[in-house]
Design a protein around this ligand. Structure first.
Ligand code: HH2
Length: 270
């Protein structure tokens, strides 16, 4: 049986993202990058204007909107690929949806401000609710769990209920275990090994493993450099696909699309 796992291509318009910060900050470079990812097979584009890497400096809503909204509008003007806005701030989500975004990807699972769930309902867009322990600046200082899989599942289920209670339609909700967000290597591996438990919560699951640091921890020699993490990103992404992930959030769209094509073809031959 084959499943169609979507590829979400990452477009970071930030000066400091961990893997591609600064590269696509200029509007023309960002649009060209977005269009290249679509040509390479991205089913969704995830546009982010604030880095969430450990230790990253916060960005004002005005600055985030100034970076992201024109790009959302420019991509929207070129076609109808679903666009997601990677932000924790409701006002940025609102501006991005007004510019044509379809999905609010929120690493705080609508927890940035008390009015975030109601604003998501009002916007009527899809929402990605991601798990994070702590906040980006300090989350890797000392993450601790008694049972990481159970705690992440309980958190995601609770946040989905908060969203539904605020008026977000159930079918518009995605869940994401938040690989690397307040998690040690063993926590990330446990979540990947038991991703089926997150899938069993009954919502589509988005998985972000692309170029993340746990890959370097498993292969320090190759993975120290970001461009040495592609093979590990593909391995982790396919493990997620096999566990039932609905979409993979990736930097390397062409390579991920090819890996999924081969994986799908094998599934179809079964
Ligand atoms: N990871 C990052 C950012 N946003 N959103 C979701 N839903 N899931 C993730 O795993 C996730 C995310 C971090 O990656 P990146 O965008 O490359 O870096 P930065 O946050 O430094 O911009």
């Amino acid at each position: 049986m084959s499943r169609s796992v979507k590829v979400m291509g990452i477009v970071n318009v930030t000066p400091d993202s961990f893997s591609d910060g600064g590269r696509y900050l200029a509007p023309e470079a960002a649009l060209a990058h977005a269009l290249r990812l679509i040509a390479e097979g991205a089913d969704i584009l995830d546009i982010g204007a604030e880095s969430t890497r450990p230790g990253a400096d916060p960005v004002s809503a005005e600055e985030e909107i100034a970076r992201a909204a024109p790009l959302v509008a420019a991509v929207r003007a070129q076609g109808d690929v679903p666009i997601s806005i990677d932000t924790m701030k409701p006002e940025v989500a609102r501006a991005a949806v007004a510019a044509g975004a379809d999905i609010w990807n929120d690493v705080t699972a609508l927890g940035y401000s008390p009015d975030a769930p109601a604003i998501a309902a009002d916007l009527g867009c899809e929402v990605v609710l991601m798990h994070m322990q702590g906040e980006p600046r300090t989350m890797q200082a000392d993450p601790h769990y008694d049972d990481v899989v159970a705690e992440v599942c309980a958190f995601l289920q609770a946040r989905a209920q908060v969203a539904i209670d605020a008026g977000v339609a159930r079918e518009k909700i995605w869940l994401d275990p938040g690989i690397g967000f307040g998690k040690r290597v063993e926590h990330n591996l446990a979540l990947l090994a038991h991703l089926d438990k997150v899938v069993a919560l009954g919502f589509p699951v988005l998985l972000g493993v692309s170029r993340k640091r746990f890959i370097a921890a498993l292969d320090p020699a190759e993975g120290a450099a970001l461009d040495g993490r592609l093979a590990g990103s593909l391995a982790a992404g396919l493990a997620g696909a096999a566990a039932g992930a609905a979409a993979l959030r990736v930097h390397d769209v062409a390579q991920t699309a090819q890996a999924l094509k081969v994986w799908n073809a094998i599934g179809e031959a079964r």
